[in-house]
Design a protein around this ligand. Structure first.
Ligand code: MTE
Length: 312
């Protein structure tokens, strides 16, 4: 798509994705720009202090989601972020989130359901309870990480409001607070707020996760505090941060990225190594902390669990 405004900063050519030179330079840049201060942000400003629920951390790691994969370095995972409401520069997000207020926090769940409810975030965590799951996470930009997420399966939240049979999709909406989110004004043509969606079958799948924490602590603001989704078999942009609204709909909801560039960021967006992005290959990815290159697996390695959802 030629429209420069609709082009996210994920714009990288195939050469850049694979080039050793570009990779080395990026490592150097990250070192200079962000990671030196990363540990500090992780320990102080970047960490949300959702006071009342702090005692729920660390949650017990669910054995079935503890495959023994090497975890990504915590400082890297919390200082190399995509959160366009703050900035398009990944290593700068954690430095711009201090003014973002995340407590108290409400999530409105409504639409085609019998019991629409606005939940207080702290009450919700205590009501459902928290567990930890280690998931692989693959960004459309061809980088990947493996992190322990704390939270609960999405179906536990959705079932609380009793979705109706007519509900075919679930729409998710991020908070839109321009005074606290400096990136919104810098991208005036983006169709804010950030929205995402899943089919009902995807949302009810046990792997679809609502995350409230990472690495055994409450979610840092830059990673989507206080509550976000993690859909490990889809590209990372489907995992929407800082959610304020969830709606059951009959028709497929519009999403921010699909609205901007449907050929590049379609609604389904499963990780599919044989389907290249129009501007780069998706066959491999870079492990974000070690820089190693790895083969990308169908549905990000979760084919056994979710493959049946997409059998034609
Ligand atoms: N959610 C919102 N609201 N805004 C964003 O810019 N970026 C997405 C996703 N969720 C994004 C978002 C993208 S592109 C990715 S790869 C992941 O968040 C990054 O999550 P992380 O910063 O925790 O690694």
């Amino acid at each position: 798509m030629a429209n420069i405004i609709s082009r996210p900063d994920w714009y990288i050519t195939e050469r850049e994705v694979t080039s050793e030179f570009a990779y080395r330079n990026r490592r150097k840049f990250l070192k200079q720009m962000g990671f030196a201060g990363g540990a500090l942000a992780t320990l102080s400003g970047g960490l949300s202090a959702a006071g009342k629920v702090r005692s729920l951390y660390p949650a017990k790691r669910a054995a079935a989601f503890n495959p023994g994969w090497p975890l990504t370095d915590e400082t890297v995972a919390t200082t190399y972020n995509n959160f366009y409401e703050f900035t398009t520069q990944k290593t700068m997000v954690h430095r711009l989130v201090d003014d973002f207020e995340i407590s108290p926090w409400k999530v409105k769940v409504h639409g085609l359901c019998a019991k629409p409810t606005t939940f207080d975030f702290d009450d919700l965590c205590r009501k459902i309870g928290l567990e930890e799951r280690v998931y692989r996470f693959r960004c459309v930009e061809a980088w990947a990480m493996t992190v322990p997420w704390t939270g609960f399966p999405m179906h536990k939240l959705l079932k609380l409001v009793e979705p109706k049979a007519e509900a075919k999709f679930v729409k998710f909406v991020t908070a839109m607070i321009p005074e606290q989110m400096p990136g919104i004004a810098r991208q005036p043509r983006y169709p804010w707020p950030y929205t995402e969606g899943l089919t009902m079958a995807e949302a009810m799948h046990d792997l679809a996760f609502v995350a409230t924490g990472i690495f055994g602590k409450p979610m840092p603001k830059q990673n989507g505090a206080p509550i976000r989704t993690v859909i490990p078999w889809k590209y990372g942009y489907k995992s929407i941060k800082s959610i304020v609204e969830i709606e059951f709909t009959k028709s497929q909801p519009e999403t921010l990225w699909e609205t901007l560039s449907p050929e590049e960021y379609p609604f389904e967006s499963n990780v599919e190594p044989k389907v290249p992005h129009p501007r780069w290959s998706q066959a491999t990815h870079r492990i974000v902390d070690t820089g190693e290159r790895e083969r990308t697996l169908l549905y990000n390695g979760y084919e056994k669990q979710v493959g049946h959802l997409y059998k034609k």
